[in-house]
Design a protein around this ligand. Sequence first.
Ligand code: GDP
Ligand code: ZN
Length: 304
Amino acid sequence: MPQGMIVKALSGYYYVKPAASQAEAQGGYVQCRGRGIFKKRGITPLVGDEVLYTPTENGEGTVDEILPRETELIRPPIANARQAVLLFSVREPDMNLQLLDKFLVHIEHAGLKPLICLTKEDLLLEDQDEENTESLAQIKQLYEDIGYTVIVTSSLTGTGTEEVMRHLAGEISVFAGQSGVGKSSLLNRMLGLSLETSEISLKLGRGRHTTRHVELIELENGGYVADTPGFSQLDYLELGVEELSQCFREFVKYAENCKFRGCSHLHEPGCKVRAAAELGQIAASRYEHYVQFQDEMKEKKRRY
Ligand code: GDP
Ligand code: ZN
């Protein structure tokens, strides 16, 4: 049975890209329906799934089997993504570290590898404000010290785009960030397309409100990108208190030595995480956001 990857889901169809070794399909994809039994068993094939399929007589196909998933995201519904590219603009909209940390929690929890892009660098250089340029360097340093990869980009000048491209090679990445931070522009630049941002949006599946549409964009280097606004809808309901602190990866080595097991790192005596924050070993902003997220979680859980 031929194998392939679902690269697009639209109106009940799954578009399967056959594995390289297999017979070429019309237009590069085989338009498939899911097997009837999937529905009965509550199985939904996802974009990114590696599948076995059977070609049918009309040139279409049936997805028969979904191979085991490495990762699975609910919002956006994508399987086997390994990396999340987090975009935050230095301007327009202004940098929001609280939101950045919130995205990171979500990404860590989903088991994806985060790649942080600080976009629109040119807007900072333009007004030659040294203070702002300095603070950009500080933010980069802050997250690099935690162990994240941070790339400063500009889709206008091309800064950083090749470096981002290299990180996308050979795997499925989801692009995430508030609207307006420059996701389409960066993708546009990487794809070497010269379409208008609005046209790109259409190509990327935005602005189509009639159907739920998820699609992977294939890059030259074998990478796949999902540009999905859905990723910004963060939800803490499924996170526990301990899980939240594990999602702040630099807390972990301190948390091991807290006096109490299951320490929430808020008020307990002998808390090494709080001590590290007080000593500046953990960035003040990170600890502050942790406390805020704890509050938000409690608030949410009360309401549901
Ligand atoms: P998206 O909503 O995240 O996909 O953001 P877009 O790519 O549509 O960009 C939003 C706006 O920011 C557009 O007006 C872009 O022209 C502008 N923009 C995007 N990237 C850059 C950049 O690197 N530099 C500057 N100066 N503007 C940018
Ligand atoms: Zn603690």
